[in-house]
Design a binder for this molecule. Sequence first.
Ligand code: SPV
Ligand code: MN
Length: 627
Amino acid sequence: MMSDHQSVLKAHLTDDNLAKLTAVNNPKMHRFIAEAITLCKPERVFVCTDDPVDIAYLREGALTHGEEQHLETEGHTIHFDGPKDMARDKGNTKYLLPEGTVLSDRINSTGKEAGLSEITGFFKDSMAGKEMLVCFFCLGPTDSEFSVSCLQITDSFYVAHSETILYRPGYEQFKLIGDSPDFFRFLHSAGELDGRNCSTHVDKRRIYIDLDDQIVYSVNTQYAGNTVGLKKLALRLAIRKAAREGWLAEHMFLMGVRGPAGRASYFTGAFPSACGKTSTSMISGQTILGDDLAYLRKRGGSVYAANVESGIFGIIQDVNAHDDPVIWDALTSPGEVIFSNILISDNRPYWLGMGKDVEIPETGENYQGRYKKGKTGADGKELPYAHKNARYTIRISQLKNRDAMADAPEGVSVRGIIFGGRDSDTCVPVEQAFDWAHGIITKGASLESESTAATLGKEGVRNFDIMSILDFLSMPLGEYINNYLEFSVDLPNIPSIFSVNYFLKDGDGNYLNSKLDKKAWILWAELRANGDIDAVRAPTGFIPKYADLKQIFDTALKSAYSEDDYALQFAVRVPEHLAKLDRIEKVYRSEQNIPQAVWDTFKAQRERLLTAQEKHGVQHISPFDLA
Ligand code: SPV
Ligand code: MN
């Protein structure tokens, strides 16, 4: 006898689409799709396999349904999310937990039963008159130990199209896992659409995450950070899966840093949004595997990492021909590019910070609708011509600096992990931790940054952001740190840990570094991770010797590096570091079950700072005095 869900599928799918589904014998997957059909009542259902014809159908659909429009350059399209839907909605993103439980005061959650009933109400009939798209993708390279199979159901061609760029196709991968119940599920509906095909009911925007069942529901929104299941929604599920299975799922880029004689040393890096993550992974002369998400696993005593994604959903503001030649090239050459929330005029794209050579037109279409220079918002202030969190979506394969190992199923061996935030007065431009625990605790778990336009809310406030993953953390902070600390146990080949800070300022508010200097810091980290050079032992970690930096600036940047610059940039700022310790300890005191190693490490760091201050008799200790 046919089960209920099979009869639903048979009743709603054409023979062709049904055949595609039944070729993958996974009852849990079939049931989920049938339940989604019953709930959302789509007019049609399309099943996307890995066949390029199916993938092209999604791209074309985004255009024919008006979710994207063609631009002048071949393959380029523009998508608008709607004026109130251009960032991750932190307030309405919640974990569904058993009544009365919480993960942390910093992590949003709601009772599972009430949450499910609320969101189910929003999904009811949400796809009436629309086509349901059933897509299969894979997080990480397919057929590898990194692979996580994902089922995405959405009624947005833009979301599905974006995912075909950002992720590896996963239909064949689903065949590999057979009837395994271990896969992630994402159900999305943009809900009712307005005249510009943007979600109408953003007041009813909800993103609810069911950790036990590995399902994320997203409704009444289109912004990719809220809707593209495989991005930050999957990260939340992957963090739990990783902790259960003894690996790490991280908000990190993955890049190849070139050392002497072309040596490639692979680094991952965690930076909160708009803190230089993409630009670090794009430093000239280096190679990129991914700019946002990495999985790290142990194998044969070393750590291996793979890029979870195959594309980039990047912030477009300030991408210009001079500072970002590789991305600029991809964004101005024929090929598949989705721009979002920028200004369009005469079918050409314009964004903030494009560079002085580009003349911005006075009229066009932008995130608000028709644009005319001088247009003001409700507060009477002139509106920018493009949104600050406007984005581009491209494949990594469109980048000239793609690393040859970008899709290697075995991943790449990790030499170093970099934590970077936004900090105008405390941390030196680059520093190596004394060891794994010191780095995890005083760098990763102590990361702070100023807020940016990538999330709704106020900008410019200094925020704690553990491993730059707080927005996505799906377990108590103590457990998350513990998973990191345990990861290094019995690991002979432990990656070195570094912090970077590109945002130090002088007393007048001027940056102490140029944008290009980050290359010097990363090349120094590469040499240190390979044990090639010595360093100066500061109270907070190992900092570069002046002579080594001078040499790197000379050869790699072809610029002079003065002793004065070094002395300013690498001074140990004792009161600022003590204040940072105060802030971070306060955070952890408000959390439960923090590992003892955290307190011990903070205490030791504080003592080293105080001892050094006493010994040198100054608050800011020159690095020359430490050598
Ligand atoms: C980020 O904000 O960290 C991003 C973009 O990478 S989003 O998809 O919105 O998370
Ligand atoms: Mn990110």
